[in-house]
Design a protein around this ligand. Structure first.
Ligand code: EPU
Length: 335
C-alpha cells in the first residue's frame, strides 16, 4: 500500500485542476483493499480511477483511494465466449487493445475512452452504439460496512444509460477490485451508429482492428485530448424528455435531433441544445465550450473547479430558459 499526505491531485484528474488531498492511498491487491476498508468507517473518502469524470471544487479533506490492481487473467473459455477478470486499476483502453489483439469482440467501439476499468463499470461507459454493461459478467467489490468481498451479477449492478447501483443507492459503500468480462470469440460488429460502417469500410476490411482504428480516429477528430487541454469528455448526460414536451419543441424547432427511448419518451442530444444556445466554441475566462463538440467543457489552462462549474451552471440555465430542459451533469462535482 502506498500512502501520500497533502498530495496534489493535478495528475489524477483529467480536467487538470490543481487541488490537494489530505491523503492519497493506493492499494495493489484485494488483501490490501480489505485492510484499508477497515480504516474508512470514520473518514471522508472517495475512490477514483483516472479522474476522467470528476470535477474537484476544493481541496479534498479526506482520503482519495486508487486501485493499482492491474491483473488481466482468463478464467474460463468455451467455443463462443472467453471470460476475463480484469483489475479495477487497469487503464480501460489497454484492456480494449488487449481484447482486439486477441480477436475478442465486445468492447472495440469503446476504444480510447479515458479512465480505468473500475470506473468504467461504475459509470457504464458507452459510445458508438455500445455500452460496457453488454460485456460485464460480474463486478467484485469490497463492502466497507462489513469489510467483505462481494460479487455483483450484471443484473444486480442495475445498469442503465450512464447509471449503475454504484452511482446510485450504493454510492460510497464499495471499493471495486475487479470486473469479469464476457467477450465473444465470434464477434458481431456493431456499426449502425451514424456513418461508422462507411468509415470502417474505407480501411478495406471490417474487423476488430479496423473498427478500433476508426473509433480512435473519430474521437481524435471530435474530442480534445485531456493531456493537451483538460476536460472530462461529455460534461452533461443527454436528457430524456416526455413525448409531449418533445412534440412542443419539434413544432418550434423542426430540425431538433432526437432518439426514440420509449412510446412516451425521447432523448435529445445535449450537444444540440448547447449549440442552439450559442455556446459552441465560446470561451469565458480560462474555460471554454469545445468548438467540435459542445458537450465538452475544456480547461484552457489554470482554471479552478469552481470556474469550470460556473460555466456549466450558465449553460444549464440557458438550456433551461430556452428549452425548459434541466441538463444533468455527467461529471461528478467533488466538494
Ligand atoms: N450535435 C450538435 N452539434 C455538435 C455536435 C453534435 O448539434 O456540435 C448533435 C448532432 O445532432 C449529433 C448529436 O448531437 O448527431 C450526437 O452527437 P455525437 O454523435 O457526437 O454524440 P453525443 O450524443 O453528443 C454521446 C456520448 C459520448 C460518445 C458519443 C458517441 C453522452 C453523454 N455522450 O455523445 O460520450 O462518445 O455519444 O457515441 O452520452 C463521454 O461520455 O465522455 C462521451 C464523449
Amino acid at each position: 500500500m502506498n500512502i501520500k499526505y497533502n498530495y496534489s491531485l493535478l495528475s489524477h484528474n483529467t480536467f487538470g485542476v490543481d487541488v490537494k488531498t489530505d491523503e492519497f492511498i493506493e492499494f495493489d491487491t484485494v488483501e490490501e483493499a480489505l485492510t484499508l476498508s477497515k480504516t474508512l468507517a470514520q473518514k471522508k473518502w472517495l475512490m477514483i480511477g483516472q479522474g476522467s469524470n470528476l470535477l474537484f471544487l476544493n481541496d479534498f479533506k479526506g482520503a482519495i483511494l486508487h486501485s493499482a490492481i492491474r491483473q488481466m487473467k482468463k478464467i474460463e473459455e468455451d467455443d463462443q465466449w472467453v471470460y476475463i477478470e480484469v483489475g479495477s486499476g487497469v487503464i480501460w483502453d489497454q484492456f480494449v487493445e488487449f481484447c482486439v489483439e486477441n480477436g475478442w469482440g465486445g468492447v472495440e467501439n469503446l476504444s480510447s475512452i479515458p479512465g480505468e476499468v473500475g470506473a468504467a463499470a461504475v459509470q457504464n461507459i458507452g459510445a458508438y452504439g455500445m455500452e460496457v454493461r453488454e460485456t460485464i459478467e460480474k463486478v467484485k467489490a469490497i463492502e466497507i460496512a462489513s469489510s467483505q468481498l462481494r460479487e455483483f451479477s450484471k443484473e444486480n449492478c442495475q445498469y442503465g444509460y450512464r447509471q449503475s447501483i454504484f452511482k446510485n443507492q450504493n454510492k460510497g459503500q464499495y471499493i471495486l477490485t475487479s470486473v469479469v468480462f464476457r467477450l465473444s470469440k465470434k464477434p458481431q460488429f456493431k456499426l449502425s451508429y451514424q456513418h461508422l460502417e462507411e468509415e470502417v469500410q474505407k480501411r478495406g476490411s471490417v474487423n476488430l482492428q479496423t473498427i478500433r482504428e476508426t473509433i480512435i480516429q473519430i474521437r481524435e477528430h471530435k474530442l480534445p485530448d485531456f493531456r493537451v487541454m483538460g476536460n472530462a469528455g461529455s460534461f452533461f448526460i443527454n436528457p430524456v424528455i416526455s413525448k409531449k414536451h418533445f412534440q412542443r419543441l419539434q413544432s418550434e424547432y423542426p430540425e431538433i435531433p432526437h432518439y426514440y427511448v420509449s412510446q412516451t419518451e425521447e432523448k435529445i442530444p445535449a450537444a444540440w441544445l448547447i449549440e442552439q444556445c450559442g455556446w459552441k466554441g465560446k470561451q469565458v475566462g480560462k474555460v471554454a465550450v469545445h468548438a467540435m463538440q459542445p458537450l465538452v467543457i475544456v480547461n484552457c489552462g489554470g482554471a479552478s473547479g469552481n470556474e469550470i462549474k460556473q460555466l456549466a451552471d450558465e449553460i444549464q440555465l440557458s438550456v433551461k430558459n430556452k428549452f425548459d430542459i434541466q441538463l444533468q451533469p455527467e461529471v461528478n462535482y467533488i466538494e
